[in-house]
Design a protein around this ligand. Structure first.
Ligand code: FAD
Length: 351
């Protein structure tokens, strides 16, 4: 079948918050671009999170460039509010998004990069990859994983606590998702929480606001050519949102060390077995970079070496979102604007 080829300045792969932030700055720079997203509707990963999920900071700390998220009157906004905001944001800036388009490969093509999806190709001078992590859940492998007769699921599969009413659930993971799932599932089920390292709980009065301030200070230092100062808190530390505080009051927020194997009936530490009906792996994500495989850029840790957002081994490619390795706070609503701005400035200059 004939391939149709479209020429543009920039292709953005992924239409979540990172792709939209890139679109905002590409529009301002007057570049010809397209955003390709494989979902049927706006929102990136947010429509796939569990419905009761709330942000860990108020709406004013969840702004994409240009237009703040409308306030949410009742504490921290839920995922549905984020989805409405991202939907309205696309319309407001009339971003050229094609959906659903699943990019399968990015290839070198002389002076250009060729982005392919089904029978279509976009030829671009620059590509911004902003495909997030949600499509690449990380499941660690433990002995006995196949023997366990109960249900195993990942954060991406979790919908609501009432799916577990009256059962015994083991929740694995030391981050915010795990803590929030323990808090929620423990209202319906007997939970056991296991972590490979002792989790780091933030003080009760520290929420996303403080984390964003720390991320901004780090970004400013790096931009000024100073060493990254790190910070007392990182975006992975557990924010004591009201539900997690409530779980602590109920005495269920007590992490055990990681079990060493799964058995038919549950999990085990040496001879000690704990029965479980389900195991929830809240063990995080890896960047979804399969489409970049033809460029052969991946390092051993699964990331791609970057200077700023620019791939070291393929300077026509920029990476946005994913994690702090593409810029402090790049995988957050507030933080991605800064890295998107820098990426577009860098790629516009390099033409
Ligand atoms: P995504 O939202 O995943 O968007 C990427 C898009 O690219 C998706 O639409 C995807 O389907 C598409 N895509 C992927 N591969 C392809 C392909 N090959 N071709 C075409 N399209 C493709 N951040 C905050 O700021 N505040 C919070 O309170 C907060 N809470 C969080 C709670 C949880 C449980 C999680 C998991 C994350 C949270 N985050 C929070 C982090 C962050 O905001 C999200 O991870 C965010 O979704 C990242 O945006 P993104 O645009 O980089 O990726």
């Amino acid at each position: 079948q004939q391939q149709s080829v479209t020429d543009v300045d920039v292709v953005v792969i992924g239409g979540g918050q990172a792709g939209l932030a890139a679109g905002y700055y590409l529009r301002r720079a007057g570049l010809r671009f397209v955003i390709l997203d494989d979902q049927p509707a706006p929102g990136g990963a947010w429509p796939h999170t569990w419905p009761s999920l709330r942000l860990f900071s108020p709406a004013e700390f969840a702004a994409l460039p240009g237009w703040p998220m409308p306030p949410w009157p009742d504490g921290f906004p839920p995922a549905s509010h984020v989805i409405s905001y991202l939907t309205a944001y696309e319309d407001r800036y009339d971003l050229p998004i094609e959906r659903p388009v699943r990019v399968t490969g990015v290839h070198r093509d002389g002076q250009h990069l060729a982005v392919t999806a089904n029978q279509r190709t976009w030829r671009a001078r620059r590509v911004i990859s902003a495909t997030g992590t949600w499509q690449h859940p990380f499941w660690p492998i433990y002995p006995g994983a196949r023997e366990f007769t109960g249900r195993q699921l990942h954060t991406v599969d979790y919908r609501r606590a009432s799916d577990f009413t009256g059962t015994r659930v083991v929740i694995v993971g030391g981050g915010n998702s795990a803590a929030q799932l323990v808090a929620e599932i423990s209202t319906e089920a007997a939970t056991t929480w296991v972590t490979t390292r002792p989790p780091r709980f933030l003080p009760d009065d520290v929420d996303g606001r403080v984390l964003f301030r720390v991320a901004s200070e780090r970004a400013a230092a790096v931009a000024a050519g100073k060493p990254d100062p790190g910070g007392p808190a990182s975006l992975g530390d557990i924010v004591m949102v009201p539900e997690v505080r409530d779980a602590r009051e109920r005495g269920v927020l007590r992490p055990l060390p990681m079990f060493d194997r799964l058995t038919r009936e549950g999990v085990a530490w040496g001879d000690t077995v704990r029965h479980a009906d389900a195991i929830v792996w809240a063990t995080g994500f890896r960047p979804a970079l399969t489409h970049l495989r033809p460029l052969r850029l991946r390092e051993h840790d699964g990331t791609i070496a970057v200077t700023g957002t620019c791939a070291v081994k393929e300077p026509r490619l920029h990476l946005l979102g994913y994690g702090d390795w593409t810029g402090p706070g790049s995988a957050t609503l507030l933080g991605v604007g800064r890295t998107a701005k820098a990426a577009v400035a860098q790629l516009a200059l390099s033409d």
